[in-house]
Ligand binder design. Structure first.
Ligand code: F42
Length: 145
């Protein structure tokens, strides 16, 4: 069984530590924004390591919208490639953990609808898209029946 390897970003690893270590009762927001965060547990496509990625909580019914923004950086985050390689993830939303399957949203009508929901939940996503010429991928996580 592969082990968990923390993010190389200290503040991210610390949030995961607090969120998971408290069983989903602390470390639940993006710094002091009050905006909710989820933790996506995914498998490193290269190392097989267990990775835990905090993302903004953007819900669409019982689905979650995952936005590979990485602050508008020129390249997609690593976790995007992990999810493409293995779509089976766990999403922790506070004290609840769900088995979910992820797919990239490619249909333009669906993407437009989900992007609008994401930007409403976290307006900086639009700023991030404006500052990079890469199209920020949207993935949707759906509960595994
Ligand atoms: N990032 C977003 O993109 N969107 C969000 O909405 C978001 C919200 C958010 C809220 C709170 C918080 O604390 C962080 C938040 N982040 C958000 C940041 C997010 O959690 C990630 O840190 C960020 O997106 C970068 O993701 P990353 O997967 O590129 O992480 C880097 C820093 C990392 O951990 N790199 C590792 C390393 O050793 O360099 C490798 C990680 C990895 O998955 N490696 C793969 C493997 O096989 O193990 C291989 C990957 C490859 O392609 O080589």
């Amino acid at each position: 069984m592969s082990e968990y390897v923390p993010s190389t970003r200290q503040w991210v690893a610390e949030q995961v530590e607090l969120y998971e270590g408290s069983g989903g009762t602390a470390g639940l927001t993006l710094r002091d924004t009050g905006l909710p965060v989820i933790i996506v547990t995914n498998r490193g496509w290269k190392t097989g390591a267990i990775r835990k990625t905090p993302l903004m909580r953007v819900a669409d019914g019982s689905n979650y919208i995952l936005v590979a923004s990485q602050g508008g950086a020129p390249k997609h985050p690593h976790w995007y490639y992990n999810l493409k390689a293995d779509p089976n993830v766990e999403i922790r939303d506070k004290t609840e953990v769900f088995a979910m399957r992820v797919r990239e949203v490619v249909d333009s009508v669906e993407r437009e609808r989900l992007w609008a929901i994401a930007v409403k939940a976290f307006p900086p996503y639009q700023d991030y898209q404006n500052k990079t010429d890469r199209t920020i991928p949207i993935l949707i996580a759906e509960p595994v029946a």
